[in-house]
Design a protein around this ligand. Structure first.
Ligand code: SF4
Ligand code: SF4
Length: 147
């Protein structure tokens, strides 16, 4: 390699290192919103979830199963931050991520914006049942005694 070629290679390296915009980010310090339809988790802010079942009814994959209870006469029926009165008490909110296509319909139809996409992707699991998560309770994936 002659001197001219060495300079050419050095300039190319310098240009790549310092003058070309980065195409990667330092995850998780820097975070980019995943594109629509990515396999991210769904988050439910239960202080805003009024138990209306709309998300469950509209899910095209039928992969949301929720259980609710009526408030007793002794309960003080809560309201959302915008003052919407809760319809039911949510006792479980199960999403089957084996079936969820991340279509976003549940997020769109939620009248209180309780549902949103999380920033974390669904981690692959060895067993299908490990991707069926009850968001009310601690997700199975976070348990130490996971089988
Ligand atoms: S994103 Fe779509 S498929 Fe997944 S739970 Fe919501 S409505 Fe169902
Ligand atoms: S649509 Fe929203 S408010 Fe209604 S049950 Fe689903 S998460 Fe809760």
């Amino acid at each position: 390699m002659n001197l001219q070629q060495v300079i050419k290679v050095a300039f190319k390296r310098f240009k790549t290192a310092f003058l070309t915009p980065s195409v990667t980010v330092e995850y998780p310090a820097v975070y980019k919103q995943p594109p629509h339809g990515s396999r991210v988790a769904i988050r439910n802010l239960f202080s805003e979830c009024i138990g209306c079942h709309d998300c469950e009814a509209k899910c095209p994959m039928d992969c949301i199963k929720m259980n609710t209870e009526d408030f007793s006469k002794l309960d003080k029926v809560p309201k959302t931050a915008k003052g919407i009165i809760f319809e039911k008490k949510v006792t479980s909110f199960i999403i089957d991520y084996n079936e969820c296509t991340n279509c976003g319909i549940c997020v769109e139809v939620c009248p209180t914006q309780a549902l949103s996409f999380d920033k974390n992707f669904i981690q692959p699991k060895q067993k299908q049942k490990q991707l069926i998560l009850d968001l009310v309770h601690k997700p199975r994936s976070l348990r130490k005694d996971e089988d």
